[in-house]
Design a protein around this ligand. Structure first.
Ligand SMILES: NC(=O)c1ccc[n+]([C@@H]2O[C@H](COP(=O)([O-])OP(=O)(O)OC[C@H]3O[C@@H](n4cnc5c(N)ncnc54)[C@H](OP(=O)(O)O)[C@@H]3O)[C@@H](O)[C@H]2O)c1
Length: 287
């Protein structure tokens, strides 16, 4: 089993960057990044499609104000989703593209927007039904060999997807949707399979985008009081309690929420508490 690829207690997701007007200026975003690094949060999750590239561009603009910060960061990006608006075919359809030229071009475009020479991690964003293993393997190997990417991973992959690619490529992680409201990966064996295959589990939307039900909020409050923690800390601890200790990719870029999440990163739930919350979220008894 390989070592987890990231030391950071959380990953900070950049998908919603454009939702925060107070982070519009490079200076203000740099301030947030500096605060994160001071607190040990050094890993940032991007994708070429976030804000149609604008999220990476703004991050890059912030970094250009203090290029020395780059060495302290781990930057992940992803590609292969082509939104309908970027489809140049007559169908104007959202689709996936894992052609070698597309992947190489996507990485180069992310590097240019971020203003860096190398991505730490590069992930295929969604499993592409048209993926040709030989072609993807050659493209990803070439990106690593030429130093544009340090390591590789997948996102939203099922066991067969990663097992086929892992025969040819060293893969370090898989991002899955994982939260109290998205429990499937916790029940279908995927987390154990990732752990057994040496893939770090990265949990996207760990707070379910803020859509917890009133019943779940109540249960989180109860547990939080009992554990002298906050409901958000408990919700993230529920994710971390799973096999492989999934690394939450936090989506909020409000400093108070980030700080709260960091302060709770050592919180550990016992099994009955984990099941109590799982049940409150699912609304059905454990079988
Ligand atoms: N690999 C993939 O396919 C994939 C898919 C989706 C996302 N991702 C990655 O995962 C990251 C996180 O996704 P996400 O933004 O959906 O994650 P999230 O952390 O589950 O959701 C963040 C949203 O929840 C709201 N929220 C409400 N209450 C909150 C609380 N108590 N604590 C924290 N947030 C709260 C936040 O609003 P406020 O602004 O008010 O804090 C924000 O809008 C993305 O940025 C992206 O990097 C990956």
């Amino acid at each position: 089993m390989t070592e987890p690829s990231l030391e950071s207690p959380l990953l900070l997701g950049m998908m919603r960057l454009l939702d925060y007007p107070d982070l519009d200026s490079p200076q203000s975003l740099l301030g947030l990044l500096e605060r994160c690094v001071e607190r040990g949060l050094t890993a940032f999750d991007h994708a070429n499609i976030y804000g149609q590239g604008e999220c990476e561009a703004r991050f890059g603009a912030a970094l250009r104000l203090r290029p020395g910060l780059r060495a302290q960061l781990q930057l992940i990006s992803k590609a292969d989703i082509v939104p309908a608006a970027q489809d140049i075919s007559r169908w104007r359809v959202k689709h996936y593209n894992t052609a070698a030229a597309y992947l190489v071009g996507a990485v180069e475009a992310s590097l240019a927007r971020l203003g860096v020479e190398r991505l730490d991690g590069f992930l295929l964003h969604r499993p592409d039904p048209l993926l040709q293993v030989d072609e993807v393997v050659a493209a990803l190997q070439s990106l690593v060999e030429c130093g544009k990417v340090a390591w590789l991973g997948l996102s939203n992959a099922e066991p067969l997807h990663w097992q086929v690619l892992a025969r040819e490529l060293p893969l370090r992680c898989n991002q899955v949707e994982l939260s109290l409201l998205a429990q499937q990966a916790a029940w279908d064996g995927r987390l154990q399979a990732m752990q057994a295959d040496g893939l770090q589990v990265q949990a996207w939307s760990p707070m379910a985008g803020g859509h917890f039900s009133p019943t779940l909020h109540k249960a989180l409050e109860e547990v939080a009081v009992a554990m002298q923690a906050t409901p958000s800390q408990v919700a993230l601890a529920w994710v971390r309690r799973l096999p492989g200790r999934p690394l939450p990719i936090l989506g909020s870029l409000r400093w108070a929420r980030i700080e709260e999440a960091l302060a709770g990163s050592a919180l550990k739930l016992d099994a009955p508490t984990w099941f109590y919350l799982a049940e409150a979220a699912r609304g059905i008894k454990v079988p």
